[in-house]
Design a protein around this ligand. Structure first.
Ligand SMILES: [Zn+2]
Length: 240
């Protein structure tokens, strides 16, 4: 073999090596979604992982739908396998405090520890840290915003609620969810409500038949260019 051929061979080997998937990229990458181009909606599930999260994840997987889970640290601790699976299957993980206190009635130290303990629990369970905060009950004030800023997190509320925790009825949950569904909407649901999880196959199929792509909150808010401490959607009377 001539020297020229050997160097060509070396280049070919290098090229093949570069193309081969490296073990470091074993985590499935979520394909980017452009909500300018497609009709997006984000279903969000609070207070979990709830005991029915596994069934919900099966449904989302079956219909190739993504969701966002605003997790409560205490349940991340007790059900870490669900959290790991959520991340592995391309869903977004958000922080919803550790034990669900009203942050607007809490001392700064308490708020910080509620957020930090949940960040730590999610990191331990799934190897990723939430980038979004949903304060319990959707209640925030300037102190909460300042603390969210320190954590580098915007706060995410919702554009519509399924009222699932209230009705606990499959038909009512489906009806309300479809009623509040809108392009780029962020819908509040709960994976500890069994009837929500039961209603999900029908809700997902109906939304998809109406042309929606079910995406994560980060896909929806990409164009908002949210900064840490920002709140979205901005609630009435909110001033920064
Ligand atoms: Zn909650």
């Amino acid at each position: 073999m001539s020297r020229h051929q050997i160097s060509l061979l070396a280049i070919a080997v290098a090229a093949v090596t570069a193309l081969a998937p490296s073990p470091a990229s074993a985590q499935p990458k979520k394909a980017p979604v452009d909500c300018e181009q497609v009709k997006c909606i984000a279903l969000t599930f609070d207070d979990g992982p709830g005991q029915y999260a596994g069934t919900l994840l099966d449904t989302l997987k079956k219909y190739n739908a993504k969701a966002t889970f605003f997790l409560e640290g205490q349940y991340v601790k007790s059900r870490p396998a669900f959290v790991k699976r959520m991340a592995a299957e391309g869903h977004e993980l958000g922080n919803h405090s550790y034990s669900h206190p009203d942050f607007t009635k809490s001392e700064a130290g308490k708020i910080r520890s509620e957020i930090q303990k949940t960040q730590d629990a999610v990191k331990q369970a799934a190897g990723v840290e939430p980038k979004l905060l949903r304060p319990p009950y959707g209640l925030a004030d300037l102190q909460v915003s300042d603390i969210a800023t320190a954590f580098g997190m915007p706060m995410i509320l919702w554009t519509g609620g399924s009222h699932d925790w209230d009705t606990k009825n499959v038909e009512a949950i489906k009806k309300k969810t479809l009623e509040v569904a809108q392009r780029d909407g962020i819908i509040l649901m709960h994976d500890w409500v069994k009837q929500t999880v039961d209603a999900m196959p029908s809700i997902v199929k109906t939304l998809q038949s109406k042309g929606y792509t079910l995406v994560t909150v980060s896909d929806i808010v990409k164009r908002q260019n949210l900064q840490p401490g920002d709140i979205f959607p901005v609630p009435e009377g909110w001033e920064r």
